[in-house]
Design a protein around this ligand. Structure first.
Ligand code: CP
Ligand code: NVA
Length: 304
């Protein structure tokens, strides 16, 4: 069976651990200047429907550094934009490529793609999830704070694709996850219910950012309007104003708390310049880790 990475809800603890272990190993190799060319002769397609800086460049660079070839495909330039069905595109691309990273709107579309694909399909962001990002973010947390299961992690802001992937991860890895979101912007209740069925889940949902960050080891936020929600941007600014990660809020977290933001950041909206550029922010390490984690994802999914 082809192994895909569509949502972290599909992963067991051992799967997470395998991704972390491989990413740490590949990062160490890169730091000592040892080339690892496990994907020599292989091709990774990147089929994107939405903009991207980090995910695109880190996946492309990951494939190049592993000795393989990336191929960026903007969906609007394909026959998909002229209604060629997913099931046909998936079968055709499977004949050319060794793996396909997809960034699109609906999670169903990526699941349809995977159903007809005989190569691994990797979710490079949908409206529902951003699994590769959260895997890299977890690696960043491990590097800065140690074993995940002892940690309290706060999510402040929108109950969006990032929040939902954090929920998937928390349910399996057992760290405390406290989310504070405005009333009408909570994560999908079905995703939360499924997560809470897992034995390890220690997840709380509320509307109070101060309660969520209290003594937290990690304070995490993301844009208030995700890609595709541009029309709501102004309205959201007012609703989300009490959820800004600023110096006063960060003071309520543990003294040595780290701050995560998957970027791009909107300064003075969901996060202040002082916090983003402050000593507790690890956002640049977080961005770098996308490269190492994406290599691990390629090695594990395609094989070495
Ligand atoms: N964090 C992230 O996925 O960034 P891009 O949208 O630039 O890929
Ligand atoms: N929630 C954001 C993440 C961007 C990387 C979005 O979907 O636009």
């Amino acid at each position: 069976m082809t192994t895909h990475l569509l949502t972290l809800a599909d992963l067991a603890k051992e799967d997470f651990e395998a991704f972390f272990k491989r990413a740490i190993k590949l990062k160490e190799k890169q730091q000592i200047g040892t080339a690892v060319t496990t994907q020599a002769g292989k091709s990774l397609g990147l089929l994107f429907d939405k903009p991207s800086t980090r995910t695109r460049v880190s996946f492309e660079t990951a494939m190049v550094q592993l000795g393989g070839s990336p191929l960026f495909i903007s969906s609007k330039d394909t026959q998909m934009s002229r209604a060629e069905p997913i099931k046909d595109t998936a079968r055709v691309l499977s004949r050319y490529l060794d793996a396909l990273a997809i960034r699109t709107f609906s999670q169903e579309a990526i699941e349809d793609f995977a159903q007809f694909s005989t190569i691994p399909v990797i979710n490079a962001l949908t409206d529902a999830y951003h699994p590769c990002q959260v895997l890299s973010d977890l690696l960043t947390v491990i590097e800065h704070k140690g074993p995940l299961k002892n940690l309290k992690i706060a999510w402040i802001g929108d109950g969006n694709n990032m929040a939902q992937s954090w929920i998937n991860a928390a349910a399996v890895l057992g760290f405390e996850l406290h989310l504070a979101c405005p009333e009408d912007y909570l994560p999908d209740s079905k995703i939360v219910t499924e997560a809470l069925k897992k034995k390890a889940a220690r997840i709380t949902l509320g509307h109070d950012p101060i309660a969520a960050v209290k003594d937290a080891d990690v304070v995490n936020t993301d844009v208030w309007a995700s890609m595709g929600q541009e029309a709501e941007q102004e309205a959201r600014k007012k609703i989300f104003a009490p959820y800004q990660v600023n110096t006063a809020l960060l003071k309520k977290a543990a003294r040595d708390a780290i701050v995560l933001h998957c970027l791009p950041a909107h300064r003075e909206e969901e996060i202040t310049e002082a916090v983003l550029e402050g000593s507790q922010s690890v956002v640049w390490d977080q961005s770098e880790n996308k490269l190492h984690m994406h290599k691990a994802i390629l090695d594990i999914l395609i094989g070495t």
